[in-house]
Design a protein around this ligand. Structure first.
Ligand SMILES: Nc1ncnc2c1ncn2[C@@H]1O[C@H](COP(=O)(O)OP(=O)(O)OP(=O)(O)O)[C@@H](O)[C@H]1O
Ligand SMILES: [Mg+2]
Length: 603
């Protein structure tokens, strides 16, 4: 049966809105490259793997012994009725099963151990790797996609390594031992069985290629589903506000149907593979019974030899079948490994350069000289900008939306790197110093408050992990957060929810200000929230900011007059250029851009 399903138009609602298919971000590595990389990952666990493989060989040998023992059981006990053999054989069987059980335990446990270790190592490495990436990386890779790679793809790799790659060795050994037995018992019959073998291997090889392609697509679509989930869950308030539940349902449905469609294709192939293999096995058994039966009837073989032979052959077919099942798992693992290694190979664009020095404590000035910047080397966002900010100055950056204010401040801690020109702190180009020493001296309060789902205390102490409980309390107090924190059910130990969901907007801002106060860095970047607060919390936030800015060199992207008048100097940024600069009064007197802004925004 073919399920009528088209991935190109799986959803009849697409005429309402064009749900776009996200692009896949994957280069293709050769199998050899991937296996090489996997080998590196497995290397630390080589010892355990070798022990596991050795016990596997023992296990396989004992499986053959099991088949072989049928011969004395039938010939000596049932046909010849030899009671001395009857006294011995049950013990031999018990021993075989006992050692097989021990071998099984050792090799499966060690394999699991290695597999789980690989998962742990790869996830840790990916996490660290992602953390070294600059801001632009996160603009390019959607959150859900990254999560999917770290969770789902890494699991697929582990699955391939411990369940497939290594189990296939066990199956291989088993096959070798059993076939040796088969040849030992009756080589002529064994030759016939061998004629069948290539027929059995053929479907394994041909289906393998298809599995690989489908797996890559399955993992891509899984990542897309993960993206949709992430956005829908984090953006749920907007979904509700715009009554877009239906729209989101359809969009998710569209994505999940794409995943369904590739998964079904994969399932169809796999469902097909098993019966094909079974049928080929049946052919072999029929042929062997016919030929072997003739030999037993003619008296040239004992019934014991025949049953032992048949037992060994059937047992040998199990690993062949298992090898065919393993193939899709390996293909899936390889596809996932490709996605994971591609991600790991993305060199962080912003790193410490060789011989980078530690930036000494900030004393003099920050100088922007002729800086240009563009996202993705496309449209230039900052054009030949020059600016000198002496230590201790509070600089207000104002301008209409999209002018490049946030971009400009993101250049100082090197969240983004300039294309040309230079930014120097005390005469040292920020690209010549280590990122850690640079960022150590900068505290940031962002436009959207970013808090973690943790206690109030842990969110504040994030600013300085060495700070004492008293320092944290003082910081909260300076940020005008102490009052409301103490009123929370568990005070500083209250968990604030994802992104601080259990706090009001103003409270969230004050917690993030407390965090910056605790860091006590000489340079401060403040991207004032554009969302308006009520006058009461507005005033509290304002006072918190004043405390934060004390004795600091501050870049503040200001949206409020109260912030601007507290500053020493104002620059007006428009289209990536400084179009005006001066004090509030000077700029108003010029009757230019600033006056326009003032009349629109601040008045
Ligand atoms: N990740 C990005 N990729 C490409 N272009 C971007 C990216 N981020 C911002 N831009 C563009 O850069 C320009 C400056 O954006 P920026 O965020 O610096 O503006 P802003 O002055 O901070 O505006 P606002 O006052 O609204 O916060 C805008 O035209 C914007 O479209
Ligand atoms: Mg901005």
């Amino acid at each position: 049966m073919r399920i009528a399903f088209s991935a190109n138009n799986p959803w009849p609602f697409t005429n309402q809105a064009n749900f776009t298919k996200p692009s896949s971000q994957c280069t293709t590595m050769t199998n050899k490259e991937i296996l090489n990389r996997l080998y590196q990952v497995i290397l630390p666990y080589k010892g355990k793997l070798i022990i596991s493989m050795l016990t596997m060989v023992v296990f396989s040998a004992l499986t053959s012994a099991q088949a072989w023992i049928l011969k004395p059981v039938i010939d000596d006990i049932f046909v010849n009725k030899d009671s001395s053999v009857l006294a011995l054989l049950p013990f031999a069987i018990i021993l075989i099963f006992l050692f097989k059980a021990i071998a099984y335990y050792v090799y499966t446990f060690l394999l699991q151990f290695v597999g789980q270790s690989i998962i742990r190592d790869m996830r840790t490495r990916l996490f660290t790797h992602i953390n070294t990436q600059p801001l632009s990386f996160f603009h390019e890779y959607p959150t859900g996609n990254l999560i999917s790679r770290i969770i789902s793809d890494v699991s697929q790799i582990q699955n391939a390594v411990s369940n497939a790659l290594v189990s296939s060795l066990r199956d291989f050994f088993q096959m070798i031992f059993l076939l040796a037995l088969v040849f030992y018992l009756n080589w002529k019959l064994a030759m016939f069985a061998f004629i069948i073998l290539p027929i059995a291997i053929f479907p394994i090889v041909t289906l393998g290629r298809r599995f690989r392609k489908l797996s890559t697509r399955t993992q891509e679509e899984t990542a897309n589903v993960s993206d949709r989930l992430y956005e829908n869950i984090t953006g749920n308030r907007i979904v509700k506000a715009f009554c877009r539940e239906d729209y989101e349902d359809k969009r998710f449905g569209f994505q999940i149907d794409r995943l369904f469609s590739v998964t079904i294709k994969d399932a169809r192939l796999r469902s097909l593979q098993h019966p094909i293999m079974e049928f080929i096995g049946g052919l072999a058994i029929a042929l062997i019974i016919w030929l072997g039966g003739k030999e037993v009837i003619a008296g040239s073989a004992t019934p014991g030899t025949f049953f032992s032979f048949l037992g060994a052959l059937i047992a040998a077919y199990e690993p062949v079948k298992a090898l065919s099942k393993i193939n899709p798992i390996i293909q899936r693992g390889l596809a996932s490994a490709n996605r994971v290694f591609t991600l790991m190979d993305i060199e962080p664009k912003i790193t410490d350069k060789e011989g980078a020095i530690s930036l000494p404590p900030f004393t003099r000035d920050i100088v922007f000289q002729d800086i240009c910047f563009s996202y993705d080397n496309e449209d230039q966002v900052i054009h030949n900008l020059n600016l000198t900010v002496p230590r201790g100055e509070a600089l207000a950056i104002v301008g209409s939306s999209g002018g490049g204010k946030t971009t400009l401040t993101n250049l100082i801690p090197r969240f983004l790197d300039i294309d040309s020109g230079s930014i120097a702190i005390d005469g040292k180009d920020i690209r010549d110093v280590t990122l850690a020493s640079l960022r150590q001296q900068i505290a940031i309060v962002t436009q959207q408050t970013i808090l973690f789902n943790d206690t109030v205390y842990n969110n504040i102490v994030y600013g300085d992990l060495e700070a004492s409980a008293e320092d944290v309390r003082n910081a909260a107090s300076a940020a005008f957060a102490l009052d409301f924190v103490e009123k929370l059910p568990k005070g500083f130990d209250t968990i604030i929810g994802e992104g601080g969901a259990r706090l009001s907007g103003g409270e969230r801002q004050r917690i993030s200000i407390a965090r910056a106060i605790l860091k006590n860095a000489p340079i401060l970047i403040l991207d004032e929230a554009t969302s308006a607060l009520d006058t009461e919390s507005e005033r509290e936030v304002q006072k918190a900011l004043e405390n934060l800015m004390k004795n600091k060199t501050t870049f503040v992207i200001a949206h409020r007059l109260s912030t601007i008048v507290n500053c020493d100097r104002i620059i007006v940024v428009k289209g990536g250029r400084i179009v005006e600069e001066g004090t509030h009064e000077e700029l108003l007197a010029r009757k230019g851009e600033y006056e326009l802004l003032y009349n629109m925004q601040f008045k």
